[in-house]
Ligand binder design. Sequence first.
Ligand SMILES: *Cc1c(COP(=O)(O)O)cnc(C)c1O
Length: 287
Amino acid sequence: MQRLSNADTENASVQLYVKRDDLIHPAVSGNKWRKLKYNLLDAQARGERAVLTFGGAYSNHLYATAAAGRALGLATIGIVRGLELEAKENPTLRFCREQGMELHFVSRAEYRQKDSVDYLAQLSERFGAPYIVPEGGTTRLALQGVAEMVSEIKEQLGAMPDFIATAAGTGGTAAGILSAGADVLAFSALKGGDFLADDIRQQLDGYTQSGTLSLLTDYHFGGYAKWNEELLDFMHDFAAEFDVRLEQVYTAKMFYGLFDLIKSGCFQRGTTIVAVHTGGLQGALSA
Ligand SMILES: *Cc1c(COP(=O)(O)O)cnc(C)c1O
């Protein structure tokens, strides 16, 4: 946990920390490690030999699953969104292949069936009944892993912070933090992120003591994996000021939004915020 203090936090009397989950592991970084932990332990406990999961061309989840599978001796199969990617590989997919992941490219229409029971049954038959982890690794077991991070934060800080901030894609990380009873500031990395409120509520079905969600949907910079010069400048300045690297898909958008809220006086004086560095630095444009 690292304190981030500058003129903006001082003026607002906000105590801001960053939870450096980006430092957990070079390839299985941040929230992907948290979300995979109990899924993969479960796969091992059941004696599974292979794990199948889903992701897009730049998926940090596929990247992390490939590396973790290799480390644990589990075969991995990645269902990748976009038939065109078969011909034009990128560094994320190359890394996955190098870790031994079997990549299977599907059309966007087929990919959309990724949660349908029939489709999953077909995949299971085709790939020899692997252990299936949904897109983003977001399951009940993932929430359990993320909740552990909240326990660490509480212990390291000596108390629960007023807010825990996170970037949101599927909302699984936000849901995991909420499930541990913390109040969450979730910054959508996608355009039109309002759907996340319902998705997160569904993921929390059955949890009784969950915290309060504040969903911020205006810091998407044009949409998922979109960015502009202003965001890259922010990343650069942030690295220079705090010695913390960010990436342009998730974490820079969250910190940009968080500092914007701090500067506009949205928080009561004395508020304590812990922002989670969810990792993903292997996809960073140099800051
Ligand atoms: C996947 C990812 C997220 C989004 O996490 P969700 O649990 O899907 O909301 C945030 N930050 C980074 C760096 C990620 O790789």
